[in-house]
Design a protein around this ligand. Structure first.
Ligand code: NAD
Ligand code: IPM
Ligand code: MN
Length: 372
């Protein structure tokens, strides 16, 4: 029997709603597995600002350092939008990524056959879609210095952000992408703006060098603007995409529209060590706090529930349990359960609670059918 200390950070908006649903699934696995899952809750983002003035307190950061895994909801909202950058809710997640050196954000985008009609694209374009976006998450323009807004003598303002990458920062995320590709279709597409940016040129040359260590994996390069277009024109050409922090953020939201909804895409943000080893890791949906639907009880919990599946596989080393959960999500969809974001125009859609009920019922059904 092993133990897993899971730090739960619900955050703001729909964050607490989707986390509450996911914790019902966590409890189910707590009973089903030989793993003792101990959960501890803490504040992050706007909720933490309201309580103590900071988006992530040192105390919560220490808990995150000590945890085996972190389940994160979402942060941010209009209430805190006018605060200076360093005091905004979003700093909560950025501090975790930087402080725990979570350099790779794995964002799988899969088109479930049950949801092919919910995709923004025609069925023939997304059938069988299975992409892994590997987004660098501790460097680039998110963290580069100098940055800030200054005012000149005439009172005119100027804003500066700095896009900066050290070759080691590029190499380690590329290496991880190649490792992941070996368990998939062995194809990596590295995405940059090498035609315009110095960081892009370095990115491409480091990706090429790392690629030589993986002669069995095909490496291609693509400019980010073309990639944004190719994702809509023929997304099935991609296997693993590796890219920088900002491009990865944008391209993964785009990929979500291919699968049907932002409410479907999970992610794992992991630190050094191989992807299948225990290390620091944050499991979080790729979407945000969705202020437009917060409090309505209709947020799609699937992105967060599938993030917990990634936790089962990566942090808890329970691949069969992860597969069981992914199968249960698909069975719930197969049985016609749809929150409004994936219901289409003709149907009303069900609540977050009812969607989770359906996933739990599917878990029970699959558990029995597998004779567990
Ligand atoms: P968002 O991802 O919150 O929402 C974009 C759209 O997708 C909205 O229409 C929303 O209703 C919908 N959506 C998102 N998740 C959904 C779900 N689970 N079910 C159904 N529909 C869903 O992005 P935004 O509106 O640009 O940002 C809102 C706030 O969230 C901002 O403060 C932003 O900074 C923050 N944000 C946080 C994170 C994070 O915590 N990791 C990620 C992205 C955005
Ligand atoms: C995400 C979000 C974050 C990002 C924000 C909230 C800092 O958009 O997790 O994708 O830009 O990385
Ligand atoms: Mn984002």
């Amino acid at each position: 029997n092993t133990e897993c200390n899971l730090l739960v950070l619900p955050g703001d908006g729909i964050g607490p709603e989707i986390i509450a649903q996911t914790l019902r699934v966590v409890s189910w696995f707590g009973e089903f597995l030989d793993v003792q899952i101990k959960t501890e809750h803490a504040l992050v983002g706007g909720a933490s600002i309201d309580a103590c003035g900071y988006p992530m307190s040192d105390e919560v950061f220490s808990k995150a350092e000590a945890a085996d895994a972190i389940l994160f909801g979402a942060v941010g909202g209009p209430k805190w939008d006018d605060r200076p950058r360093s005091e905004r809710p979003e700093m909560g997640i950025l501090r975790l990524r930087k402080g725990l050196d979570l350099y790779a954000n794995l964002r799988p985008a899969i088109c479930f056959p049950e949801l092919i009609g919910a995709s923004a694209l025609r069925p023939e374009l997304v059938r069988g879609l299975d992409i892994m976006i590997v987004r660098e998450s501790t460097a680039g323009v998110y963290f580069g210095e100098p940055r800030g807004i200054s005012t000149d003598a005439q009172g005119a303002r100027r804003a500066v952000d700095t896009q900066s990458y050290a070759e080691a920062e590029i190499a380690r995320v590329c290496r991880l992408a190649f490792e992941l590709a070996r368990n998939r279709e062995s194809r990596v597409c590295s995405v940059d703006k090498a035609n315009v940016m110095e960081t892009g040129a370095l990115w491409r040359s480091v990706a090429t060098e790392v690629g030589r260590e993986y002669p069995d994996v095909e490496l291609t390069h693509m400019y980010a603007d073309n990639c944004a277009m190719q994702l809509l024109r023929g997304p099935n050409q991609f296997d693993v995409i590796v890219t920088d922090n900002l491009f990865g953020d944008i391209l993964s939201d785009e990929a979500a529209a291919l699968t049907g909804s932002l409410g479907l895409l999970p992610s794992a943000t992991i630190s050094a060590g191989r992807h299948d080893q225990r290390s620091h890791a944050v499991y979080e949906p790729i979407h945000g706090s969705a202020p437009d639907i917060a409090g309505m009880g209709i947020a799609n919990p699937i992105a967060t529930i599938l993030s917990f599946a990634m936790c089962l596989r990566i942090s808890m080393n329970e691949p069969a349990a992860a597969k069981l959960l992914e199968d249960a999500v698909r069975l719930a969809l197969f049985n016609g359960n749809r929150t409004p974001d994936i219901a289409g125009p003709e149907r009303d859609g069900i609540s977050s609670d009812a969607m989770t009920d359906a996933i739990l019922a599917s878990l029970d059904a699959l558990k029995v059918s597998k004779g567990n």
